[in-house]
Design a protein around this ligand. Structure first.
Ligand code: ADP
Length: 268
């Protein structure tokens, strides 16, 4: 087995990234991409001197261009690689979504092609100096995870944040995700429970959707010996704001969901 020359390149390219964070979920639809965008927006907004970038390696369902409000933008080839798209002065994004002809184009690729694209993302994007590189991954443990973790493991420490909902089906798959991190040697920063309670947009009161499941993610985190960062409520206004590509930090800064995110990011 010849060593992959890409490994050394990734290491060199990522040497100017201080912290790399993989956002993981066991299942799709639990809010992983939403949380990725909110965590990144919050990290960037908290400190204008901090440089944050998002790398969307959810190759079959890239949603960062939409939720970060840069759908339809183009990436440009520069002398030293691809220039990412800037969402804010200190927040940039690279996504396969920018390379598709139209947002509804399907990407049906086998493992080696996905691996090649992830390697290209990790070696050819001109991020500049970064404090945080936040990676949005597909759900589960797929080819993309194996490629990303094998490239990243030699390029300094990468840590994971796990997103789940309170339902047992989601928690079951999250346990597999945590097991995957342990096997590939990725330390877990902590777990976030998304869509825990429902916040009524009219009366602002919150209600438990599945009372029997309340506390499920915290219990799972305790059982698996990982940190529990807290929960983010199900908030229809948050969903609409993200769908429109607007920043919830600006549009609805005092909402329970944004306040919850800010408290969580303070612990990352
Ligand atoms: P994933 O990346 O896990 O597939 P998404 O982030 O795309 O999930 O979220 C799936 C859907 O749920 C989206 O329509 C999103 O706007 C919505 N959503 C995510 N988190 C919340 C939340 N806390 N409150 C309301 N809607 C949410």
């Amino acid at each position: 087995n010849q060593p992959d020359p890409g490994m050394a390149l990734v290491k060199e390219k990522l040497s100017c990234v201080k912290y790399k964070i993989l956002i993981l979920s066991g299942k799709g639809g639990v809010g992983k991409s939403t949380m990725t965008s909110l965590i990144s927006r919050t990290l960037a907004a908290d400190n204008p001197d901090r440089n944050v970038a998002v790398l969307d390696i959810d190759i079959c369902g890239p949603s960062q261009p939409r939720v970060l409000g840069v759908l339809g933008e183009q990436v440009h080839q520069s002398g030293s690689g691809w220039s990412p798209v800037y969402v804010e002065d200190n927040l940039s994004l690279m996504s396969i979504g920018f390379l598709l002809e139209s947002p509804s184009d399907a990407v049906i690729w086998r493992g080696p092609k996905k691996n090649g694209m992830i390697k290209q993302f990790l070696t050819e994007v001109d991020w500049g100096n970064l404090d945080y590189l936040v990676l949005d991954t597909p759900p589960g443990t797929s080819d993309e995870h194996l490629s990303a973790t094998s490239y990243l493991k030699d390029a300094g420490i990468t840590r994971a944040v796990i997103i789940t909902t309170p339902q047992e089906v989601a928690l079951l798959d999250v346990r597999k995700e945590i097991d995957f991190c342990k096997k590939v040697g990725i330390p877990i920063l902590g777990a976030i429970e998304n869509m825990s309670v429902f916040v009524c947009p009219k009366c602002k009161n919150s209600a438990e959707i599945f009372p029997a499941l309340t506390g499920g993610a915290k219990k799972m985190a305790d059982d698996m010996d990982i940190e529990y960062f807290g929960s983010v409520p199900l908030d229809p206004l948050l969903a609409r704001c993200c769908d429109d590509g607007k920043s919830p930090l600006i549009e609805m800064p005092d909402s329970p969901s944004v306040v919850a995110i800010k408290n969580i990011v303070a612990r990352i």
